[in-house]
Design a protein around this ligand. Sequence first.
Ligand code: HEC
Length: 173
Amino acid sequence: MKRIASLLVAVAMPVLLVAYTPSTSRQGGEEASPIYGLTIPAGYRDWKLISVGRVVGHNNDLRAKLGNDVAINAYREGKIPFPDGTIIARLAWHEVTSEENNKALRDVDSFVAGSATNLEFMVKDSKKYASTGGWGFAQFTDGKPDSEALHKTCFPCHEPAKDQDFVFTRYAP
Ligand code: HEC
């Protein structure tokens, strides 16, 4: 009986190790952001849509804000401040002209999402991030966290949105 048990352990161990590996090595997400120590949350690309935006100027881009379930529920219930566990993702892409769409639509200019620019997250943990309004910030370019200097600019620039718990984006109807 003992021998069978140890045999089972010997067989099961490598299987457990293999099964565990993918979650720790998902697409470039294992390196943490400076100051806040945040990694790219698994499955964020499947989260629900909060809203979209477009920024024209030095960076012409299209943006989508997605939220995890805690974020979406808080938005729908109008809960401010956002509860701990809230994560808001900001995805952005270079805005490019779609010749294909233009041909089909005729007298219009159609723009679509091109290559990705950077990826941002705000994570609510009111104790851990008490000095920055309860929010941890992270920005990644090509899956790698951006500089510490850049991460120092996040919270001060979000302060004007204090009445909305430092979040600019409203839930799109
Ligand atoms: C120059 C001011 C400024 C800086 C610096 C800044 N943000 Fe923002 N952020 C904004 C504004 C304005 C919006 C809403 C407009 C948009 O991006 O669509 C926003 C939106 C966001 C959103 C979506 C939620 C929301 O508040 O609307 C996230 C997530 C985010 N920023 C993360 C970051 C992170 C991480 C950093 C630092 C690496 C950062 N931001 C730096 C101004 C700033």
